[in-house]
Design a protein around this ligand. Sequence first.
Ligand code: SF4
Length: 207
Amino acid sequence: MGRPLHIYRSERDVLRVAQIVESSRSEGPGPRFCLWLQGCELRCPGCCNPEMFDFASPLASDVPVATLVARIRSTPGLEGITLLGGEPFHQAPAAGALAAAVHELGLGVMVFSGYDHEDLVDQPQAAALLAHTDLLIAGPFVAGSLSVARPWVGSDNQRVHLLSPRYEGHPELAARRGQSVHVQVQDGELRVSGWPGVVDGIKVRPR
Ligand code: SF4
């Protein structure tokens, strides 16, 4: 049995969201709709998103899953979505519902988690999200093991799990191209995603 998983709420129809970037090329294979979920009790020292620790933060908002699905459906050119945080598995019931709907759209699902895969596989509450995750980056961020060689991964301890065949042999996984940053203007604001070492220097307050 792995570390116990704390679920912040059991509703399947709403997510507490810290930030959305509608189309980033820096948070997984291809263009991705990226959703930073609010709340994380793992509190890794050196985490680049400490403003996303507090689930009740007034800087975050509750967004219906149906609203997110409609927004994803209307965003052109997506390969998939990426869930980051915060800790997506703290909201696994609704995140799983979103991931299932995204699969129904024919898009891929990538998830960053501070839990190791073996922490999650025995947790019934995590099952739906795991079942609809194609690519999982798993494990806590360890500042002393900073990784710059692998795409998307923050520290060397973190593991890349292909939970479906969707990204097997994907050139962006095989390329070992290292980290990148994506900058775009969305809703009149600058949105920056990707490698935190650069993002922290230029990002504006997420919303
Ligand atoms: S699991 Fe992720 S969001 Fe949570 S503290 Fe660690 S790096 Fe930050």
